[in-house]
Each structure stands twice: as structure tokens, then as C-alpha cells.
Design a binder for this molecule. Structure first.
Ligand code: WT7
Length: 648
């Protein structure tokens, strides 16, 4: 990591988009980007108002923005429906029989849904929801594998104004339980199971466990995916395919207020409890549509593939809503990149002729490790554009992606954004922006990004500071579900008048943003956000644990790994076996991605005199570095000495 930080600081290479690419791109040169960007910042409401014409409105809005900081209403008075925008509007023309979703299952099954077919499936499922008592405004929890039904269920919710909350299929029963409680969902959509690296995953069983003692959930709709034996609770659980026999494919979209809640997506914060990020209809759809259009520069005939799961915001905005609103073809692959072999992704690109490929730096670093021979076996010449998201990409990984996958001809859109921002915020515009390996480059249209010091003052070139956004934007979160106070405190109190991202960054002399990473107690493990407090509370819930402190340490593949310092209750022995048990325990409480890479047993944790755990010291120890900086507030110096000794 320290090596890649150095390489970021010394990075001088610049890659201009090729003339061939630019010629056919929507934004053809840097001057064009700059002009549009400047206009969008000078008068954002005019800009967004004009862009909103890209959407299909049932009733036009009367006011672009109603801003009572930090609460925004966009396109006030407007009415529209997301599923109508993503489906119906494409049916009266040549897109009707175009592939909307091309899907491949991990075991190898293949499905294509045209816009006509997808529309039909969505209408059927919307009617199934209605038949099962789901009404406008109700929350529906979706816990499905990465299969077309995930998109179908999401779109069906939007069709009738139900609010979906998707929970990633890799999360545990405990996580579902928390999200059910917080969202008050009354309906769960799940599958019997799914596949991961050839192993069947028991989704329905997790739902059953999450529902023990829950009385709010009236219905569980189960899709048959893996032919597993499952338990059906009479009166509560129904099969998707059986329900389909009772409904028609006729379901008109309901015109919804522009600010009608669209979905809640939970993400880790700096406290133990994940936050329900709330997005609404008009603004979110506009953000995902516009960025998909300009950042991926999708053409009518393209095959576009974003490798994210729909359980994350990337899957929401760039597998489902953005591409479908644009009428594009979105490819979905269910499984692991190294199943059955390490070239599954390259095989898929060659077989479908993928033109645009969007993935994560952590995946790229795995590909590098697996070896160049895997991509070399396949014809990747259909690729025109690449993208990355989730964490800073180190220049070495960028160069490998550019050369070995892009053949030196495909621009890379390194897109910085967050669950909260809904859509890309800092990103190259591929036909216009000269690229430098390791930077997300410049803000998207209408986005006023800046780097400020602790007093909110903008810092000079190459000075580090906090990354903030100074103006509201349409796809911004509206609140934390059920907790306006936390929304205000978390995002709008750190820097006066600005949205605080939680990231540290610097800008170079060309104004390019170099994201350093989170500066709060949030880790970024393999592109997934993980709160240290969440892992700590999972650990202390175990009967053997007295206290726990969790920190990140640099990891070659995952960006950050998880190290837990643990003190045990009196009389309990620190053993290998216990360490493995604790790792498994965290995996079971949160999900496999949260499993600590290492558990370090300690007699005590370093604390300040006021009793705060000194994470800075633990981070240095976890990374194997010397402990530097101020230790004068450390309560007991012998603790530090012991922690260091256990390191040697
Ligand atoms: C955090 C947001 C947004 C989709 C995936 C993650 C980090 C995201 C980049 C990038 C550097 C990045 C930031 C951000 N991040 N993209 N291109 N370069 N850092 O969504 O779970 O909401 O996490 O991911 O630290 O704050 P998320």
C-alpha cells in the first residue's frame, strides 16, 4: 500500500482519448466537457431542468429544486414512474425486441429478456405483489441471487410505488433481521438458494431464521432457482411461479410524485448500525440515466456489462436503472470470476462480444495475480471502454487493465461515487478527459466537488483535505430512513454548508481529484464498505470476548484487510481454535466479507486517559509499522509494549 501511495504521488503518465474514440463519442473533446461543466455549475437548476427532459414525465414538474438545507426536493410537482421509464417507453419502436437483460448463471444456463419480455415479467410480478397485499409506500425486502428476477422484483416495486430494499445475497440472517426491523418491510422476495463457486447457498433458510419472532412480514415470495428442499410456512410463504398462474400481465404503471421514495439501501457507517440510505424517484433516475449515457458512452447496439451484484448501489444504478432507462443491453452474470476457471470473465466478454466492461480494482488485482495467460486465451477485441469503481485504483493495476484487457485502445472511466450519491460524481468523460492512472479525474456535470481543510476552507493544489460537495444534486440521498437527525449530523455538519463524503483526497495542479480513502471509521474491503464498529459489536457479542478493536491494514488484493484486536474474558484461553471460531462468528453475524483476516489476542487495548481506544496505534501495529506520533495520552505504556512484543 505504501508503495502504491508513492506511485500515486509520482504518477506522470497521461493518456488522451484516441481520435477514433472521441470522434464517435457523445462529448467529443475536453473543451466541450469544460463548457458544459462550467455552465452546469454557474446555473445548476437551469442545467438540471434542461436534462430532466430525458425522462418521461406523466406530469411536468413546476420547480427544479426546493432546497431547505440539508433537505432537497427535486422536480417539485412532477409525476413519473421508474418502470415506465425503464420499460414501457422502449416498447413502441425498434427497441421492443432488443435484449434488455442478457443473463448467464454460474452453472452455465443462459437467458435473454427482450424489453417486451422484461416488461411482461415485471407486470406479472407487480400483480403478484398486489395480490399478496403490497401497496404503494410499503417496504419490500429483496434477498435474491444475481438473477434477472432481482431486476424484475425491483422494477415491479417501482411500478406500483412500493419501496424496495435489496439485501446482498452474501449477507447473513442477522443482517436481514436488522434491515427488516429498520425498514418495517411487510413482504420478502427471495429464492430457495443460489450458487457460488459451485456450492449451493441457502437463501430461504436465512430468511426463515431472520423471520423468527418477526410479525410485520406477512408474505414471503420464493423464486425457485436451485431446486432445493425448503420449508414452506403455510399462510406466509408462496412460490413465485405458482402465484404467476393467478395474475395477468396487465399492470399499468402508477404515476408517482417525483419525491416518492424509490428504495432504501443499507450501508455501513461509523456506528454499529447500518444506515438506510433513502433515494427518491425523479432525481435518482435522472442521475443514473445521465451518467450511464455520458460516462459509459453507450451506443444503441452495445453490449454493456457491469459486474456488480444488484445487492449494492452499483448494481442498482448501473446494472438495472441507468442502462434500462437508456434502453441499453445490460449483461448479468450470477457467479464468481474464477468459476470454473480463472478466465470466466474473459470467456463471457468474448462469447457475447461485450463492448463496455465495468468492474472493481480488487477484481483487477486478483486477475493480475491469476496470471496474464487467462485473458490472453480470449478475443477481447470487442471492448471499447472500461470502467472501475469501489476504491482507489493503484496505477499498476490501472496499467494492467489498460494494456492487458483494453489492448491499449480503451479509455478507463475510474468512477468515484457512493451509495449516498446515487450516481457517478467524479469521473472521466471518456471521449474528452485525458486520463492519468490512479485518479477519478474531474467532476461530472452539475457536481461541485472541492477539497477543504478542517475549517471548510478550500485547500491549494496537492494539499490533502476532506472531499466535499458544495451544491445539492438530483440523485443525492434524501435522508437516512427514519433518522433525519443522523442524516444531518453525518453528512451536513462536518463542513458547514457542504455534503461531507467521509473521504480524504487531494487535487493536482490540473484540478484532478486523487481519492486517498475513508477518513472515518469505515473500511473499504474489496470495494465493500464495512464499519469497524459493526465488526466490533459482532465480536463482543461472542461469549468469549471482553473487548474488541477493529482496524484496517493494507492488503494487496482487497485494498484493506480486517484486523481485530481482542481481549478475552477472564479464564478463557487464546487459542488458534478460538481465533478461527471468532472469524466464523463474525462471518455468520454480518456476512463472509466481514470475516477478520487476523485476530490478535491482547491482554489489554491501548486507551487514552479518557478511555478511548487509540486506533491510530493499532493501525500502525496491524500494518507492521513502527508506532510513531503522539502517545502521551496513552494510559498504560506497558500495553503498547506488549502489543508490539506479540508482533515479533
Ligand atoms: C466509498 C463508497 C459507489 C459504488 C461502490 C462503493 C470508495 C468508490 C471510488 C473510486 C476511490 C472510491 C470511497 C467512497 N470509492 N469509488 N473510483 N476511487 N474511492 O459504494 O459502498 O457506498 O462506498 O467507496 O471511499 O466513499 P459505497
Amino acid at each position: 500500500m505504501s508503495q502504491s501511495i508513492e506511485s500515486v504521488l509520482t504518477e506522470k503518465r497521461v493518456f488522451k482519448p484516441s481520435r477514433e474514440f472521441s470522434k464517435q463519442a457523445k462529448i467529443k473533446n475536453f473543451a466541450e466537457y469544460k463548457k458544459l461543466y462550467d455552465e452546469s455549475i454557474k446555473n445548476p437548476e437551469k442545467f438540471w431542468g434542461k436534462q430532466a427532459a430525458e425522462l418521461l414525465w406523466n406530469k411536468k414538474w413546476t420547480k427544479v429544486l426546493d432546497w431547505k438545507a440539508p433537505f432537497a426536493k427535486w422536480f417539485v410537482g412532477g409525476k413519473l414512474n421508474v418502470s415506465e421509464n425503464c420499460l414501457d417507453r422502449h416498447l413502441n419502436g425498434p427497441r421492443r425486441n432488443k435484449a434488455a437483460i442478457i443473463w448467464e448463471g454460474e452453472p452455465g444456463e443462459k437467458r435473454t429478456l427482450t424489453y417486451h419480455q422484461l416488461h411482461r415479467e415485471v407486470c406479472i410480478f407487480a400483480n403478484i405483489l398486489k395480490r399478496n397485499g403490497v401497496k404503494k409506500g410499503d417496504r419490500v425486502l429483496i434477498y435474491l441471487p444475481h438473477i434477472p428476477e432481482a431486476a424484475i422484483a425491483m422494477l415491479a416495486c417501482t411500478r406500483i410505488g412500493a419501496i424496495h430494499t435489496v439485501v446482498f445475497g452474501g449477507f447473513s440472517a442477522e443482517s436481514i433481521k436488522d434491515r427488516l426491523a429498520d425498514s418495517g418491510a411487510t413482504c420478502v422476495v427471495t429464492a430457495d438458494g443460489s450458487y457460488r463457486r459451485g456450492q449451493a447457498v441457502t437463501l430461504k433458510q436465512n430468511v426463515d431464521r431472520a423471520l423468527e419472532g418477526n410479525t410485520a412480514v406477512k408474505r414471503v415470495i420464493v423464486f425457485r432457482r436451485a431446486n432445493m428442499d425448503i420449508h414452506i410456512t403455510e399462510g406466509r410463504d408462496v412460490w413465485w411461479h405458482r402465484e404467476a398462474d393467478y395474475v395477468t400481465a396487465d399492470c399499468p404503471p402508477v404515476p408517482l410524485d417525483s419525491e416518492h421514495p424509490l428504495f432504501i439501501l443499507y450501508t455501513s457507517g461509523s456506528t454499529g448500525k447500518p444506515k438506510g440510505i433513502l433515494h427518491t424517484t425523479g432525481g435518482y433516475l435522472l442521475g443514473s440515466l445521465l451518467t450511464t449515457k455520458y460516462v459509459f458512452d453507450i451506443r444503441e447496439e452495445d453490449i454493456y456489462w457491469c459486474t456488480a451484484d444488484v445487492g449494492w448501489i452499483t448494481g442498482h444504478s448501473y446494472v438495472v436503472y441507468g442502462p434500462l432507462a437508456l434502453g441499453a443491453t445490460s449483461l448479468m452474470y450470477e457467479g464468481a470470476p474464477n468459476w470454473p476457471q480463472s478466465d470466466r470473465f474473459w470467456d463471457i466478454i468474448a462469447r457475447y462480444g461485450v463492448n463496455i466492461f465495468y468492474t472493481a480494482p480488487t477484481a483487477i488485482r486478483s486477475f493480475i495475480k491469476w496470471g496474464d495467460e487467462w485473458p490472453a486465451k480470449h478475443d477481447l477485441s470487442s471492448l471499447r471502454l472500461l470502467g472501475t469503481v469501489g476504491e482507489p485504483i493503484n496505477p499498476e493495476a490501472w496499467m494492467w487493465f489498460y494494456e492487458k484487457i483494453g489492448g491499449g485502445r480503451c479509455p478507463i472511466s475510474d468512477t468515484w461515487w457512493q451509495t449516498e450519491t446515487g450516481a457517478h460524481m467524479i469521473t472521466p468523460i471518456p471521449g474528452a478527459t485525458p486520463l492519468k492512472p490512479g485518479t477519478a479525474t474531474l467532476p461530472f456535470f452539475g457536481i461541485d466537488a472541492a477539497i477543504v481543510d478542517d475549517n471548510g476552507k478550500e485547500v491549494g493544489p496537492n494539499e490533502g483535505g476532506k472531499l466535499v460537495i458544495r451544491k445539492p444534486w438530483p440523485s443525492m440521498l434524501r435522508t437516512i430512513y427514519g433518522d433525519k437527525a443522523r442524516y444531518k449530523k453525518q453528512y451536513w455538519s462536518e463542513v458547514k454548508g457542504c455534503y461531507f463524503t467521509g473521504d480524504g483526497a487531494r487535487r493536482d495542479k490540473d484540478g484532478y481529484f486523487w481519492i486517498v480513502g475513508r477518513i472515518d471509521d469505515v473500511l473499504n474491503v474489496a470495494g465493500h464498505r464495512l464499519g469497524t464498529a459493526e465488526v466490533e459489536s459482532a465480536l463482543v457479542a461472542h461469549e468469549a470476548v471482553a473487548e474488541a478493536a477493529v482496524v484496517g491494514r493494507p492488503d494487496e488484493i482487497k485494498g484493506q484487510g480486517v484486523v481485530a484486536f481482542v481481549t478475552l474474558k477472564t479464564g478463557i484461553k487464546a487459542t488458534e481454535d478460538l481465533s478461527e471460531k471468532l472469524r466464523k462468528h463474525v462471518g455468520a453475524v454480518i456476512g463472509p466479507i466481514a470475516k477478520p483476516d487476523e485476530i490478535r489476542f491482547a491482554e489489554a487495548l491501548p486507551k487514552t486517559r479518557s478511555g478511548k481506544i487509540m486506533r491510530r496505534l493499532l493501525k500502525q501495529i496491524a500494518a507492521g509499522n513502527a508506532v510513531t506520533g503522539d502517545t502521551t495520552t496513552l494510559e498504560d505504556f506497558s500495553v503498547l509494549a506488549k502489543l508490539r512484543a506479540s508482533d515479533e
